[in-house]
Design a binder for this molecule. Structure first.
Ligand code: PMP
Length: 390
């Protein structure tokens, strides 16, 4: 029949595993009465003044393609924001590309940088989209194991050992999904000389920058000596509760930005125009919303982490994002078994830590992008679940 005639699909794609997060939620969705602490997106709606600006832009007929790199007005606001908030200076004309979410930026960065066989250093555990992006671009992933004992930070010695003459780039993400780990300026200072000497690029996914709770947000791109080696990814999804708008951006030196734009102009043309107008409004008038949401996440974090520790589920205090990475090693179950049992017995859905890499084993990711009441109810169930291990 047809099957024997039709050609195979790409071997690289065939070999990609479906996201471990999705697999778990497909299961949870078939059950009734499940309380989820699983999703990785804000529960808040996009602030209305931001939505209104998109509506107004459509009413005005501002509904055409924009420049490939995005509206200059938007790039100027992005530049201003990064300069004022993070001390990162990028030229809106040559160093900023507006993308379809941070997701597109991750993919573009790998395709723009890699030749087949180039090595890219990734963290284990890390966000699920990096390794597929590397593989699809013909690269080879070289993991660095992060540990709870090191607060899931990247250490200079580990980085040194991972770099070979094939290393082209590294992808980092702080504040980190899934661990909630954060790197401070002092932490980065330790690795800056290694990055400078090796000449590798660093893709720094800073999408949770605004969700840094306990210390000022720091970035490698703030170090002048490596600034041109860093590709900064950020976007509107997390800080402004705009996941569905699909808008992000990437900041990089002019040569890299030109390369990224080459791919983007053929694959995307330009990011959604109404979303770009909404983003301008977000940057001009949305910072109060960011602060309010951050304060609410902070309340939730404190409630959740205190409750989990009180009931004996040993949980390091995450300093950023809206995730906690709870240590379940004392219970003698794998992450998958723990999550399955928690789901079946108490109908609470969390994500097994090894969905983020083999060394996420022994942890579960719990999201607190949910209301305080939702989190309280989930905690009652988790506490009941833990009784059996006493
Ligand atoms: N990076 C990280 C670390 C994320 O957690 C996410 C969203 N889950 C993204 C990038 C992608 O976000 P978006 O494409 O919505 O900007």
């Amino acid at each position: 029949g047809r099957d024997s005639i039709m050609k195979e699909i790409s071997k690289t794609v065939e070999a990609l595993k479906p996201s471990g997060i999705r697999r778990f939620f497909d299961l949870a969705n078939t059950m009734e009465g499940v309380i989820s602490l699983g999703v990785g997106e804000p529960d808040f709606s996009t602030p209305w003044h931001i939505c209104e600006e998109a509506i107004q832009s459509m009413a005005d007929g501002r509904t055409h393609y924009t420049a490939n790199k995005g509206l200059l007005e938007l790039r100027e606001e992005i530049a201003k924001f990064h300069s004022e908030h993070y001390n990162q200076d990028y030229d809106p004309k040559t160093e900023i590309l507006v993308t379809v979410g941070g997701s597109e930026a991750i993919d573009l960065s790998m395709r723009a940088l890699l030749n087949p066989g180039d090595e890219v250093i990734v963290m284990d555990p890390n966000y699920v989209a990096y390794e597929p992006a590397i593989r699809l671009a013909g690269g080879v992933c070289v993991p660095i194991v992060l540990t709870r004992e090191n607060e899931f930070k990247l250490k200079a010695d580990d980085l040194k050992k991972a770099i070979t003459d094939k290393t082209k780039a590294m992808i980092i993400n702080y504040p980190s999904n899934p661990t909630g780990g954060v790197m401070t300026e002092a932490d980065y200072r330790e690795i800056v000389p290694i990055i400078q000497e090796s000449g590798i690029y660093v893709v720094s996914d800073e999408i949770y920058a605004e969700l840094s709770f306990d210390q000022a947000f720091a970035s490698l791109s703030q170090f002048e000596e490596v600034r041109d080696q860093i590709l900064v990814i950020n976007g509107f999804s997390k800080a402004y509760a705009m996941t569905g708008w699909r808008l992000g951006y990437i900041l990089a030196n002019p040569t890299i930005t030109k390369a990224l734009t080459k791919i983007h102009q053929y694959v995307i043309m330009s990011a959604s125009t109404p979303a770009q107008y909404a983003a301008i409004e977000a940057l001009r008038n949305g910072y109060d919303d960011v602060i309010l949401m951050r304060e609410e996440y902070l309340n939730r974090r404190n409630l959740l982490v205190n409750s989990l520790n009180r009931m004996g589920l040993n949980t390091p205090m995450p300093h950023g994002t809206f995730y906690v990475f709870a240590d379940i090693r004392p219970y003698g179950l794998s992450s998958e078994e723990f999550c399955n049992e928690l789901l079946n017995q108490e109908k609470v859905a969390c994500v097994p830590g090894d969905a983020f890499g083999p060394h996420g084993q022994g942890f579960i990711r719990i999201s607190y992008a949910y209301s305080l009441n939702h989190i309280k109810e989930a905690c009652v169930r988790i506490e009941h679940f833990l009784q059996q291990f006493k």
